[in-house]
Ligand binder design. Structure first.
Ligand SMILES: C[S@@+](CC[C@H](N)C(=O)[O-])C[C@H]1O[C@@H](n2cnc3c(N)ncnc32)[C@H](O)[C@@H]1O
Length: 319
């Protein structure tokens, strides 16, 4: 596939495009990246790409003409007559939130064009008449679209066929599988008294796979319970989740089905960044009551994985 980037800072890119997975994708002929300098599409001696906002106010606005001309030069100028498999994306904090699902969608395109804004933003006519969509890489404001473009290029490059040698690794990545990924360790097995979970040293592939799956489920339930609503879960996964305090109640189809008393659970509205311990303490009084609610034994492999965390905490406390 080809990714074209429209920018007023073309020098931002070469070093990053020449490293790691993006480099591998380019060298394997899977990805072509064209960096298009918007100043090459200006017609004044100062090569102006921005101007004052109509109506006044602080900050400069990127002009529509250089972007329009650059898109025409790439053969994707007319929105209604764009070649099939091409997409023009304006990077913007106001756009649709970039996800792994969108990265997969983009990896199936033939030509993705990323338009990088700068300053106070981009003349709205680019969004209204030239771009197919706006895309945000998160709820924060960058000074320009270039770092956002690099995020997109990197996430897409590693999905192209043959770029990552073991695609299994991509498939178990966070979000790709619908869950957060499991934790990983490498040698040494013990470092400063911090040990790797024993199950990972057992050489028993079935037990290791199950322990990883359960750790994936557990941390997804704790950190991103929203993901469970759309995850593909086996009956075994559901049984495991049923024993996890942090897990939302699941309906038979995999979606979350909160009983009324759990809808008031403060974790549902926990502001981002609130310390987990505080949130846990706050939610305890509202945890479902009943003989089985607290007495369920936690499944074993994940308990083994957790034991390293307990050891880590003890070590930190100097116990
Ligand atoms: C300083 S920002 C402009 C922000 C704009 N005034 C607003 O509040 O929506 C300049 C450019 O950086 C890029 N940008 C900033 N934050 C971004 C984000 N979270 N995702 C994608 N692009 C972003 C966009 O291309 C944007 O036009």
């Amino acid at each position: 596939m080809k990714i074209s980037v429209l920018t007023i800072f073309p020098d931002f890119f070469p070093a990053v495009l020449g490293e790691g997975m993006i480099r591998a994708a380019r060298e394997k002929g899977r990805l072509e990246v064209a960096i298009v300098g918007l100043r090459d599409f200006t017609d004044d001696s100062h090569r102006t790409t921005d101007d004052y906002p109509f109506g006044g106010g602080a900050g400069m606005i990127m002009k529509v003409e250089p972007i329009d001309r650059a898109l025409l030069g790439l053969g994707v100028g007319e929105k209604q007559a764009r070649p099939e498999g091409s997409r023009v994306v304006l990077l913007s904090p106001q756009g649709r939130a970039f996800t792994q699902e969108i990265a997969i969608e983009y990896a199936g395109l033939e030509h993705l064009v990323l338009v990088c804004g700068r300053y106070k933003g981009v003349d709205e006519r680019v969004s209204a008449h030239l771009a197919d969509e706006e895309l945000s890489v998160g709820d924060f404001v960058l000074s320009g679209g270039e770092p956002a473009a690099l995020c997109v290029i990197d996430a897409v490059a590693r999905l192209l066929p043959g770029v990552v040698s073991t695609f299994d690794s991509v498939e178990s990545d966070s979000f790709h599988s619908g869950l957060l990924d499991a934790p990983y360790y490498t040698r040494p097995a013990t470092y400063r008294g911090w040990s790797v979970p024993e199950v990972l040293l057992s050489g028993h592939h079935g037990r290791i796979a199950r322990a990883r799956r359960e750790e994936s489920l557990r941390r997804t339930a704790e950190r991103r319970p929203d993901l469970l609503a759309h995850a593909q879960l086996s009956p075994e996964d559901r049984r495991y989740l049923a024993g996890i305090e942090a897990a939302p109640a699941l309906d038979a189809g995999g979606g979350t089905a909160m009983p009324p008393e759990r809808k008031a659970d403060p974790r549902a509205t926990r502001p981002k960044g609130r310390p987990r311990a505080e949130a846990a303490a706050r939610r305890r009084p509202t945890a479902p009551k009943g003989p089985s609610a607290r007495s369920k034994p936690r499944p074993k492999p994940a308990a083994q994985l957790r034991s390293s965390r307990a050891r880590k905490t003890s070590a930190r406390r100097g116990e």
